[in-house]
Structures are given as structure tokens and as C-alpha cells.
Design a protein around this ligand. Structure first.
Ligand code: NDP
Length: 497
């Protein structure tokens, strides 16, 4: 019996028109009344207008979030918050197809990917629903004189700002909203100016599920205006930021005013290491999609692909064949493997690096062109492979954030570990080998927050991932993430009398 074909997506009715800010449970215009266009990266066409929120709007949203934090929401029990999260999950799944289509149209990823994102979000929401008891109170023994009892409380931090990038906004917002709802915090979300629509559509789902007014607020706008105002706002207790290292540094500076807590997930230039003994049938597609997935717009993409010299020639040939078999096209086409890049700016950035790779002496083994014809209106780039790359070349050092692999040959474990760690970043890494000892040695030796062995890129929300060096700090996922939305308080209680 054949499996029924997945449905073809339809253009969601949500697209078009003007979208407002979501503050205090109401849709409101930006204080200055300004808007800007947002485009479909597959066509370059305007698909909606977004409110251009700025400092005054961020202030309104923070005031609403603070009022909600101090209001009845603070008395919700863990069980009530858990039920709320599960209601959101149920409602979201009813709108799964619409949400996936909005995300695909707004940021370009293939519909197969955004459908999987909805499933991943469901898993994440259920994980956060299992953590609503994280704000615990425990007793601790002490050696104080007299009769003093000590209590350890973990209490919600307050208002959390979530600054979200464009490469996966629908899932990305849950790294802020999930732990906020689990712990009793409130939040203000600032989506990326290039991809805000799925987050805005989610606001109605949250409201319908019963999220109290002001618990989740959304301020669209430019990073330099709304984003900067949120990062600097004295009423915000923590910022959860995902994006470039450069903007991450600005967030650190802006947070200094009231010493906000920070969770920063920044850039990467992750090593993916293929040993000659690896199962190449698995390693070729695995390593290729470790970069080409989401058209290379993933922070932990394994863009520095180290291949042991004895199999390098065969590996590159297989990579060429694999890349040539990938379909690049409009994300709403269910047969597409790679969608467009997010914007013309990102397209220019990626093509700049492709040109530089050739100029610096790397051999272009596959791709390298912007696609034209019926895709000319969008921002499409072929899956691209450079072979014979030297670790010192710019394409092997800087984050490209496009479908570009740099294949770098190596001979020994020591040599490859030295090269793998010769980077300012420390987000991800991969190892392909059949030898357990090599898998252990290399996964221990890579200095990064997450390493995959004989696979690449999957993240379980209950386990999570994080970075070191200039890839940021603060773990995403798992109980540690939820607990970072709490602060600790010790109560010393003299119970003598
Ligand atoms: P940014 O880091 O500038 O943007 C990420 C988020 O931060 C967006 O919501 C952005 O808003 C916001 N932002 C921008 N400036 C400020 C500011 N001063 N204060 C507060 N928030 C701000 O990344 P870009 O979108 O400019 O992409 C550039 C490069 O960054 C990419 O090519 C890629 O290398 C890297 N990047 C890494 C990501 C990751 O997952 N680690 C995700 C996205 C990008 P707005 O979009 O409105 O500017």
C-alpha cells in the first residue's frame, strides 16, 4: 500500500494587509504610526506590512509584561501553567499546516522543514509543560546557632526579552516563551524584521489558549530601534538573544545599565570531521545536509568539512553528485530540498563569499551560482562545495550563513583537532567514524557546546545545546534552561519563639 502524498500547501489567509503590535493582549498600531514591508524571499514580493515598533512601543510592552507578572498570573499554580502549555500545543497542532505555510512563505524554508518545525515545537511545548514545577522550595540544613530554619526558593525572574533571528522564528520564539510560561515569567518578543509573521500568527493562538493579557507581548520593528530599546530597557530582567556575534556584543553593552541576565546564542563556523573509516553512504548526505539544510542558515551548520585525505577525492565526487541531485526552489513546492536565502542582503553576503573563495584559490567543486529563470525574483543560491580549502582562507574562517561547504583535507587526529579548534567560535561539531575510540577522542577534543557523532544537527528540547567562546553563553533546552528563568533566594527563619 502506498503512503498518501503530503498535502500541497495553500497560501494562508493571514498573509497580506497590515499587522500590528501585540501588547497587553491587544493588537495596537506603533506609537509613531509607521510601518514597513516584509517580503516573500522566494519571489521578492511584498506579503504584508509590519508595524515599525520603537522605544515607546517597547516601553508599553514592558509595562504590560510587568503588570501581568505582578498580577493574577503570579498566583497560577504549576498545574495551571502546565495545562495552559498543553492547551497551546493542542491548538497549535490544529493550525499546524497554516503555521508551516506562513513560516515557509515568510522566511523561505521548504514546507517539509516547517512542517517538521511544528512537530518539534509540539515536543518543546510538552517538555516545558513537564517543567512547571521548576520553581521549587526546598529546605537546607545549616550550622547556625539557635533554631534557624533555612528555605531555598527558586522564583521567576520577571520580564524576559526574546530577540529572535529570521532563520527559524516560529521555533526560535519557544526558547523564550516556553520557559517563561513554565516558570511564571512574562515576556516581550522582538522578531527579526525579515520574518515576523509566524510569531504574529502565534499570538492569536496563545490568546485563544488562555495566555493572560500581557504575559506574551510582541513588538515588531528594526533591530536598531525596537531591538536596541528592549536590550537596554531597565524594566527587563533578562534577554534571550540569538543572532550574530556582532549584535550579541551590542546586547551585552546595552544590558549593562540594569545588569540584565543574558542568554546569547551567536555565530558559528563548526567543524564536521569525516574519517576514512566512516560509512560514506551515511556521511555524504549527513554532512551535506548539515550545511545545506535551511539553505545554510543555521548557526551550528558544519561548514568546515574536514575529510581524511585518503578518501577526500571520492568524498568530494560523491558530494558533487549529491548536491547536483538536490532540488532548489520555492519552499511551498513539497518536492523542494533548499529554499531561498532570507533577503537580498543575505544573498549579496553569500555571493561575496563565493567570489572570495575562488579568488583565494579554493576549487569550486559544485554550485556557486545564483539561480535565475523562474526563480530570478527570489534569493536562490545553488548548493555550493569548495574543495582543497586551506584553513586560513576567509571562507573557512567567517560565518557565511548560506549553502556553502568548505572541504579541508587532513591526515591525523591531532592535526584535525588543532584545525577544528582554530576558530573564534565554539557552537557545534561533528564526527563521522566507525571507531568508538576515535568518536570519543574527537568529540571530547572539539571545543564546542554540541557535537554529533555519525549524525548532524538534531536537537532535543529536553537536552538542548549551547556555545562557548564567541558563540555565546547560556544553555538552551533542558531543565538548566528553564532554571535560568528563575532566581534563587535563601530564607533564614528564626523559629525559636
Ligand atoms: P542580527 O544579529 O543583527 O539579528 C538578530 C536579531 O537581533 C534580529 O531580531 C535583529 O533585528 C536584532 N537586532 C539587530 N540589531 C540589534 C540591536 N542593536 N539590538 C538588539 N537587537 C538587534 O543578525 P542579522 O539578521 O543582521 O544577520 C547577520 C548575520 O548574523 C548572518 O549572516 C549570520 O551570520 C548571523 N546570524 C546568526 C544567527 C544564529 O542563529 N546564530 C541568526 C541570524 C543571523 P532585525 O532583524 O530587525 O535587524
Amino acid at each position: 500500500m502506498s503512503t498518501p502524498a503530503a498535502p500541497s500547501p495553500v497560501r494562508p489567509a493571514f498573509l497580506g494587509g497590515s499587522k500590528q503590535l501585540f501588547i497587553g493582549g491587544r493588537w495596537v498600531a506603533a506609537a509613531a504610526g509607521e510601518e514597513f514591508d516584509t517580503v516573500d524571499p522566494a519571489s521578492g514580493q511584498v506579503i504584508a506590512r509590519l508595524a515599525r515598533g520603537a522605544a515607546a512601543d517597547v516601553d508599553r510592552a514592558v509595562v504590560a509584561a510587568r503588570a501581568a507578572f505582578e498580577g493574577p498570573w503570579s498566583r497560577w499554580t504549576p498545574l495551571e501553567r502546565q495545562r495552559l502549555l498543553l492547551r497551546i500545543d493542542e491548538l497549535m497542532l490544529k493550525h499546524a499546516e497554516e503555521l508551516a505555510s506562513i513560516e515557509t512563505t515568510d522566511m523561505g524554508a521548504p514546507i517539509t522543514r516547517t512542517r517538521n518545525t511544528v512537530k518539534w515545537i509540539s515536543q518543546a511545548i510538552r517538555f516545558f509543560a513537564s517543567c512547571t514545577g521548576a520553581a521549587t522550595t526546598t529546605t537546607a540544613s545549616n550550622s547556625l546557632p539557635g533554631n534557624v530554619m533555612t528555605l531555598n526558593h527558586k522564583a521567576p525572574l520577571g520580564v524576559v526579552g526574546g530577540i529572535i533571528p529570521w532563520n527559524g522564528p516560529m521555533g526560535g520564539q519557544w526558547w523564550t516563551i516556553g520557559p517563561a510560561l513554565a516558570t511564571g515569567c512574562t515576556c516581550v518578543i522582538k522578531p527579526a524584521e525579515d520574518a515576523s509573521l509566524s510569531i504574529l500568527r502565534f499570538a492569536d493562538i496563545l490568546a485563544e489558549a488562555g495566555v493572560p493579557d500581557g504575559v506574551v507581548n510582541i513588538v515588531t520593528g528594526y533591530g536598531s530601534e525596537a531591538g536596541a530599546a528592549l536590550a537596554a530597557h531597565p524594566g527587563v530582567d533578562k534577554i534571550s538573544f540569538t543572532g550574530s556575534t556582532e549584535t550579541g556584543r551590542r546586547i551585552v553593552q546595552a544590558s549593562a545599565g540594569n545588569l540584565k541576565r543574558l542568554q546569547l546564542e551567536l555565530g558559528g563556523k563548526s567543524p564536521d570531521i569525516v574519517f576514512a573509516d566512516a560509512d560514506l553512504d551515511a556521511a555524504v548526505p549527513g554532512a551535506a545536509m548539515g550545511v545545506f539544510a535551511n539553505s545554510g542558515q543555521i548557526c551550528y551548520s558544519g561548514t568546515r568539512l574536514f575529510v581524511q585525505r585518503s578518501v577526500q577525492k571520492e568524498f568530494v565526487e560523491r558530494l558533487q553528485r549529491f548536491s547536483a541531485g538536490l532540488k532548489v526552489g520555492k519552499g511551498l513546492d513539497p518536492g523542494v530540498d533548499l529554499g531561498p536565502l532570507i533577503s537580498s542582503r543575505q544573498l549579496d553576503r553569500v555571493m561575496h563569499y563565493v567570489k572570495l573563495g575562488g579568488e583565494q584559490g579554493a576549487r569550486l567543486a559544485a554550485g556557486g551560482r545564483r539561480l535565475g529563470g523562474e526563480l530570478a525574483g527570489g534569493y536562490f543560491v545553488e548548493p555550493t562545495v569548495f574543495a582543497g580549502v586551506d584553513q586560513r582562507m576567509t571562507i573557512a574562517r567567517e560565518e557565511i550563513f548560506g549553502p556553502v561547504i568548505s572541504v579541508i583535507p587532513f591526515d591525523t587526529v591531532d592535526e584535525v583537532l588543532k584545525m577544528a579548534n582554530d576558530t573564534e567560535y565554539g557552537l557545534g561539531g561533528g564526527v563521522w567514524t566507525r571507531h568508538l575510540a576515535t568518536a570519543h577522542q574527537v568529540s571530547q577534543g572539539i571545543r564546542a557546546g554540541v557535537v554529533w557523532v555519525n549524525c548532524y544537527g538534531a536537537v532535543d528540547p529536553a537536552v538542548g545545546f549551547g556555545g562557548c567562546k564567541m558563540s555565546g553563553y547560556g544553555w538552551k533546552g533542558g531543565l538548566e534552561h528553564v532554571e535560568s528563568f528563575l532566581y534563587r533566594k535563601a530564607v533564614y527563619m528564626n523559629i525559636a519563639g
